[in-house]
Design a protein around this ligand. Structure first.
Ligand code: HEC
Length: 115
């Protein structure tokens, strides 16, 4: 009985480790989380007109800190304090990493002028 319990505990730990690392390595997982931000911050965080600000290519540490400050109510916001509360700190880190890795120049339209 004792060894059976120990085996169960070991399996839970192994499966927990497997699923969390698989999640962290899936590049689509971070984009899926970040996609909810596209509505306001632009596709891939490239904001058109700068309101709300672009997230693409910003420093990961800066983005993460802003999200944590919104979540904790340290940074005043109209909307973002509610947005930030919907995510765990690990998810916020993934989202920050996703936007920091976007190269704004590479994905933005070549020309915005002319219309
Ligand atoms: C409903 C619209 C909306 C959505 C959805 C949204 N944001 Fe925002 N975001 C804003 C607005 C508006 C601001 C300006 C601060 C405020 O008034 O809340 C802002 C500000 C920010 C800032 C501060 C930028 C800076 O340069 O300091 C960050 C970081 C940010 N948002 C990240 C995110 C992330 C990450 C998501 C997705 C989880 C997200 N936002 C989803 C509207 C939105």
């Amino acid at each position: 009985m004792r060894s059976h319990l120990a085996l169960c505990a070991a399996l839970v730990i192994v499966f927990g480790a497997l699923t969390s690392s698989a999640y962290a390595q899936d590049p689509n997982a971070a984009r899926s989380l970040a996609a909810t931000c596209f509505t306001c911050h632009g596709t891939d965080g490239i904001s058109v007109g700068g309101v709300p600000p672009s997230l693409a290519g910003q420093d990961k540490k800066y983005l993460l800190q802003q999200m944590k400050d919104f979540k904790a109510g340290k940074r005043p916001a109209t909307i973002m304090h509610q947005q930030a509360k919907g995510y765990s700190d690990e998810q916020l880190e993934q989202i920050a990493g996703y936007f920091a890795a976007v190269k704004p120049a590479a994905t933005a339209p070549a020309s915005r002028g002319g219309y």
